[in-house]
Ligand binder design. Structure first.
Ligand SMILES: [Zn+2]
Length: 71
């Protein structure tokens, strides 16, 4: 019998009983894993702390979203 694949993505690590919250987590984490772009030079920004971002290209430190930069 074929094994049914979980469609829940990164939230698969949480078992049943998390329902809607799991789906929301997938949306956040998928965005988190994408490249975060520096708004100044379009370089790569790295998250340093909550909402603090550092661009590896221009070296700028700036505030952004807590878990990912806004699109
Ligand atoms: Zn930059």
């Amino acid at each position: 019998m074929a094994v049914k694949k979980k469609k829940i993505g990164s939230a698969g690590r949480f078992g049943a009983g998390y329902g809607k919250v799991r789906q929301k987590l997938v949306a956040v984490e998928a965005k988190q894993r994408k490249r975060q772009e520096c708004p100044f030079c379009k370089g790569r920004a790295k998250r340093q702390a909550k909402a603090i971002w550092l661009c590896s290209k221009c070296g700028k430190n700036f505030a952004g979203g807590v878990f990912h930069l806004e699109d």
